[in-house]
Design a protein. Structure first.
Lengths: 219, 455
């Protein structure tokens, strides 16, 4: 899961980035509206954390531009203006949720997880595929009730595939969604991670669709 | 017309002036009339003197026994109409028959250039008489011919005239007073209209004073509009500043809070965490209070409650996809909310937010109008199927007098701002048990007068 954080306060931006990275997301950051708009417009993000008060181009305009251009990724608005009229305005501009500053990082993470989950069409915090069970909130994976240990990269990979259960996910898509923009994108690394992940999971959980990519089948 | 009113002063000013003017007129008219009568009498008496003079010239009797004036008043006794012929020493040579027994005294004083002298005398019968005397000579005999006329007749006429004049002028005065009363009312009618227009602004029916006014009070209407405009501007600015302050403070607070939370074991972090928590609460509390203080003077605002609720339901439905919010749109006749649209959003939004927080999946929103003895109220009901509140909890949540500044914000149901606003608008909030099983919040707010054109 790849997230874009657009926040002009450098400290807050860093804190959110750190918290999200720790939560198992790949994170890109932008510090002003124009940069944020450009990234969101050109890169495929699974969700965006967007501050409303941004230099160069305010958050609501960025959001409206994205929506006009047909971008549908979930957007979590971040703002100090917590009047209902601001809320209504934000939602009407195309936001999916709203967190008022100052917030607890846990709340931001929970809201973001819910957005990503909802966007993928999952109702609960747990996604299962056969014997494999992913607790999105805790970032834990169990097979037949037994906890297994995954590295953060492996967890990201499994999480993305499970969120898009039933869909064939290409290697390019995986690269785009698992790594931030500074990552050296060599699609071979995906194959290495898929290989490692398969060893830790029961056979036949992750299918290879030749020439297209990978797939976790619907139950 | 009460004392202290313009109409009252206008009326009494014009009425007082009228009474003076009419009394003066009556006096003047009577005076002119009595002068005219006197002149008339004098002229007649002079004519009688002429008549007597020529009769004396024609007389053959040295005691003037054949001299007379052809007027019956000179023949009847004590009429006040007399003629007397005296010699230059004042000895009576002859009198009219009427003067027998009531001879008036002789005139004194000098003769004028025409050899006349006049005076007012009293005869023995008690009549006041006007007397005119001419010094003349007849066949070489110096004579003084005196003719008198009864003044009381004239005075009676004058009295009669005065009575009639007063009657007529009083009638005119009353008519004029009524007129001036009506005029005062008419003249003040635009002020009444202006008052009503200002009332409409206060009632939230219009945002400014409309309509055309006479030149004298048009500036007043314009000033009131200007005041309303600047009031709105000041409020707007205050709100903007409050918003800026919020944005300015909340981001650094978020940073402090997160930084401290990331290193909980560090004593410094613990201090920073607890202090930034306090600062956050203070910011929230005082921002809310500033908003309410800025808004309590808002006049002339109204909001389409139906549109606000539609918007809020749409937003809350999007934010809370695990619950279903049933909202039955009321018909268009539902009155508007008399107040600020943002405030209504704040009240209804917080109630909806609570409902979403506690609901297990069902929320219902209904709207209606109620007429109390004093005003029309708009009713908004938000109910959920959550755990609800016990009687005791509900009372505690609604306890009066618990204000934002006495209470830790951010705790409980978040009803503080709702209560505060409900108080500002003189509405009410009731918490009941919903048929859905959870809490029913009933919000009653003042309605703007019905019959508005939606704009």
């Amino acid at each position: 899961m790849r997230i874009l954080v657009v926040e002009d306060d450098t400290n807050l931006n860093r804190q959110i980035k750190d918290a999200l990275t720790e939560g198992g997301y790949a994170v890109d950051v932008a510090f002003d509206g124009e940069e944020g708009h450009f990234l969101g417009d050109t890169e495929p993000y699974d969700a965006v954390v967007l501050d409303i008060g941004l230099p160069q181009m305010d958050g609501l305009s960025v959001l409206e531009e994205w929506r006009r251009a047909g971008k549908t990724m979930p957007v979590l608005l971040l703002t100090a203006r917590d009047r209902w009229s601001d809320k209504v305005q934000g939602i009407d501009a195309g936001a999916d949720d709203y967190v008022a500053k100052p917030f607890h990082m846990e709340e931001l993470l929970a809201r973001l997880r819910a957005l990503v989950r909802r966007a993928a069409g999952h109702a609960s915090n747990e996604i299962t595929a056969g014997p494999v069970r992913l607790d999105v909130k805790a970032g834990k994976v169990t097979v037949d009730g037994q906890a297994i240990k995954l590295t953060s990269h492996e967890l990201r990979l499994l999480s993305y595939l499970m969120h898009h259960k039933g869909k064939v996910v290409s290697r390019t898509e995986l690269t785009e969604h698992l790594y931030d923009q500074d990552f050296d994108r060599d699609s071979n690394t995906i194959e290495v991670f898929v290989g490692r992940l398969r060893k830790k999971l029961p056979e036949e959980v992750i299918h290879t669709v030749r020439g297209l990519g990978y797939q976790i089948l619907e139950d | 017309m009460r004392k202290g009113s313009i109409a009252f002063s206008l009326f009494w000013l014009s009425a007082g002036w009228l009474i003076l003017a009419l009394a003066g007129t009556a006096f003047l008219l009577t005076d002119l009339y009595s002068r005219a009568l006197d002149t008339n009498l004098t002229n007649q008496l002079k004519f009688d003197i002429d008549t007597l003079s020529s009769a004396i010239l024609d007389s053959t009797d040295p005691s003037f026994g054949d001299v007379s004036v052809n007027d019956p008043r000179f023949t009847r006794a004590s009429t006040g109409w007399y003629w007397i012929i005296r010699n230059e020493f004042g000895d009576v040579l002859a009198t009219s028959r009427s003067a027998v027994g009531s001879l008036p005294p002789a005139l004194t004083g000098n003769f004028d250039a025409d050899n006349y002298r006049t005076g007012i005398l009293g005869d023995e019968a008690g009549n006041r008489i006007r007397a005119i005397e001419r010094a003349t000579t007849s066949n070489g005999r110096p004579l003084r011919i005196t003719v008198t006329g009864n003044l009381d007749d004239s005075l009676a006429l004058v009295g009669q005239f005065r009575g009639q004049t007063l009657t007529v002028l009083s009638a005119v005065g009353i008519a004029l007073a009524i007129m001036s009363g009506i005029v005062a009312r008419l003249a003040l009618r635009p002020i009444d209209r202006l008052g009503k227009a200002i009332e409409r602004v206060r009632e939230g029916e219009s945002e400014s004073i409309t309509g055309s006014y006479p030149r004298e009070i048009a500036p007043l209407a314009e000033e009131v509009n200007e005041l309303l405009r600047s009031n709105t501007q000041i409020l707007e600015r205050a709100r903007n500043q409050v918003g800026n302050l919020a944005h300015g403070l909340k981001t650094p607070l978020a940073v402090l809070r997160n930084e401290a939370a990331a290193a909980r074991d560090n004593p410094l972090s613990r201090v920073v965490a607890s202090e930034s928590e306090k600062m956050t609460q203070l910011v929230t509390t005082y921002l809310d209070r500033a908003r309410i203080a800025a808004r309590s003077t808002v006049v002339g605002k109204k909001a389409d409650a139906t549109m606000v609720m539609l918007r809020l339901v749409r937003v809350m439905q999007k934010l809370n996809q695990n619950v279903t919010i049933a909202f039955k749109r009321p018909d268009a006749s539902l009155p508007w909310f008399r107040g600020d649209e943002g405030d209504l959003e704040e009240m209804a939004g917080n109630l909806l937010d609570n409902a979403c927080k506690w609901s297990k999946g069902q929320i219902a929103v209904t709207m209606g109008a109620e007429r109390t003895e004093s005003a029309q109220m708009l009713v908004i009901r938000v109910e959920d199927d959550g755990p609800g509140l016990t009687e005791e909890e509900a009372q505690k949540a609604l306890r009066r007098g618990v204000r934002l500044d006495e209470k830790t914000p951010g705790s409980g149901l978040g009803l503080d701002i709702v209560k505060e606003l409900v108080d500002v608008y003189g509405g009410s909030l009731q918490l009941k048990r919903s048929v859905l099983g959870g809490l029913l919040c009933e919000l009653r707010l003042p309605a703007a007068k019905v019959g508005l054109v939606r704009n």
